[in-house]
Design a protein around this ligand. Structure first.
Ligand code: HEM
Length: 152
């Protein structure tokens, strides 16, 4: 990522990061609405309707975790520690999710929803969308490489 791409990401991230719970919930609700098979991976949620999910504390907690992971990663961008920090953050996600049987396809479905919601919430222009796509692609490269190494 170029210095300019990093500054666009940091500036636009400030918008969803100001209301992390709402942003995370908007992303996850749309993810489950559009790709309901993913709900089956959550043993506590799988029999809930989207309306029930909206008021579930476990659902709120998980939505927050996704936002916090991105927040942690975005904070390191532009620092010397960034490559090592990103490797650590995202290989950990990959490892914990392999245990839950989360597929590459599920990640790609989530990526589509994340980019779409960010574009709407932050009114991203084409250049900013490309920078975000590049960031998600870079962290997904770490996830997928870790899955390869784990034989998944
Ligand atoms: C748990 C983040 C993608 C399903 C978690 C946790 C974090 C997290 C931080 C809790 C700590 C841990 O166990 O690692 C993320 C991030 C993602 C992502 C940053 C991608 C950008 C997905 C996808 C699915 C998924 C695509 C597919 C269904 C789950 C499940 C749990 C979990 C089932 C356990 C929840 C619970 O038992 O309460 N995720 N996740 N995650 N994630 Fe993800």
């Amino acid at each position: 990522l170029s210095a300019n791409e990093i500054s666009e990401i940091k500036a636009t991230w400030a918008i969803p990061a100001a209301t992390p719970s709402e942003s995370g919930q908007a992303i996850l609700l749309e993810f489950f609405r559009r790709y309901p098979a993913n709900l089956q991976k959550f043993k506590d949620f799988k029999d809930m309707t989207l309306d029930e999910l909206k008021v579930s504390p476990r659902f709120h907690a998980h939505a927050n975790k996704i936002i916090l992971t991105f927040d942690e990663a975005i904070k390191t961008l532009g620092t010397d520690e960034s490559p090592a920090a990103l490797q650590k953050i995202w290989s950990k996600i990959a490892t914990s999710h392999v245990k839950r049987g989360i597929s590459r396809e599920s990640y790609m479905e989530l990526k589509e929803v994340i980019l779409e919601i960010l574009t709407a919430v932050c009114k991203l222009n084409a250049e900013q969308q490309a920078a975000w796509d590049k960031l998600v692609t870079a962290v997904y490269d770490i996830i997928f490489k870790t899955m390869d190494d784990l034989g998944k």
